[in-house]
Ligand binder design. Structure first.
Ligand code: R7I
Ligand code: MG
Ligand code: MG
Length: 315
């Protein structure tokens, strides 16, 4: 947005993740979610408890912020992810991710742990994508951001779809953070074009074409989720998050409500949509009464300050 600082946008990316995750967490697995039920969660008092999505996003954000010139180190990051799981295993981790973290904790190299999942196929879950957005703040350009995204995902997701999901979400976050600012209207076709130039995989191109078409027809969340998917796989959730954002580019809460409205993996689709819309619009556009109920508020502010200036140097 015009006049919004880069630091506010990076903070928006982190707090948007936490808000989408924590609001969506109450509805994970529901078929579809009505606006009234989301209203009730928004109006209630008390802490909005986040899940693994935010916990690991914060670990990655801290990793990148602390290392500054040194850039991404998968071996160190793997240990940091595993430590976060060990400290709070109750945050709703996917079973595959939990297994990888347990193996890493016992000393197995992450490369071996990740390929041991699902009979050697590796995971195509959305866990790599759900936590990837902070790489957008340190990448030097679209290809670099996608590469960083893939590398962070590969620690737990050896399957190429799990890694493509992280590439797509990382690139979307980069475009939202670095390229998109009001009053320029977000151009979905340009957005899809940018995404498909970096992520070269037909299944993803087809999903993103479908997003363009659904945006053009003004599809509601249930219809979009039916067409794009709303499950725990990367290919079945990242497109719905992108759809939620591009349908509501100027309003993070509306993007999150759209994401949750489609049902399914609501914390994760909410978190990813929140990251994108939060990055475009900045934390100052998030409702104060909701931000005040998040667990990560102060910590996110501290990390965002460092991450915003660590920018463009990650390797
Ligand atoms: O990807 P991951 O970290 O899960 C993230 C999800 C988010 O919704 C979070 O909010 C949290 O609730 O969990 O964890 P994984 O267990 O690796 O992947 C998620 C699920 O995708 C798995 O438990 C499987 O159901 C499915 N899955 C697969 N199924 C068969 N074969 C992922 N990869 C495969 C596969 O190769
Ligand atoms: Mg979760
Ligand atoms: Mg989830």
């Amino acid at each position: 947005m015009a006049g919004v600082t880069r630091e506010d946008k990076v903070l928006g990316l982190l707090l948007g993740t936490a808000l989408g995750d924590a609001l969506g967490a109450s509805f994970e697995g529901r078929h579809a979610v009505t606006a009234r039920t989301v209203d009730a969660v928004e109006r209630a008092d008390g802490t909005l408890v986040h899940t693994d999505d935010t916990a690991l996003t914060m670990v990655l954000a801290e990793h990148l912020a602390a290392r500054d010139h040194a850039g991404l180190d998968e071996d160190v990051l793997a240990g940091e992810f595993a430590a976060a799981w060990q400290k709070e295993p109750w945050r709703g981790y996917g079973p595959g991710a939990a297994q990888v973290f347990e193996l890493i904790g016992r000393g197995m190299p992450w490369q071996r742990a990740a390929v041991s999942l699902f009979g050697g196929a590796g995971s195509y879950g959305n866990g790599g994508a759900m936590r990837v957005a902070p790489v957008a703040a340190v990448g030097t350009g679209p290809h670099h951001v996608a590469e960083l995204g893939r590398r962070t995902a590969s620690i737990t997701h050896a399957h190429e779809d799990g890694q493509h999901g992280a590439e797509v979400q990382a690139l979307a976050a980069y475009l939202a953070l670095e390229r998109e600012s009001a009053p320029r209207v977000l151009d979905i076709d340009q957005f899809r074009h940018d995404l498909t130039r970096v992520v070269r995989c037909r299944a993803w191109h087809e999903k993103l074409d479908r997003v363009s078409e659904l945006v053009r027809t003004g599809a509601d969340p249930r219809h979009a989720a039916h067409s794009l998917g709303n499950d725990v796989t990367a290919l079945g959730s990242v497109p719905m998050a992108v759809m939620s954002f591009v349908s509501n580019p100027d309003d993070p809460v509306a993007a999150i409500r759209y994401a949750i409205g489609g049902g399914g993996d609501t914390d994760t689709i909410g978190a990813m949509a929140g990251a994108l819309a939060g990055a475009r619009n900045g934390a100052s556009t998030l409702p104060e009464h909701l931000v005040a109920r998040l667990e990560v508020g102060d910590h996110a502010r501290e990390v965002a300050g460092k991450l915003a200036t660590a920018g463009h140097r990650g390797g």
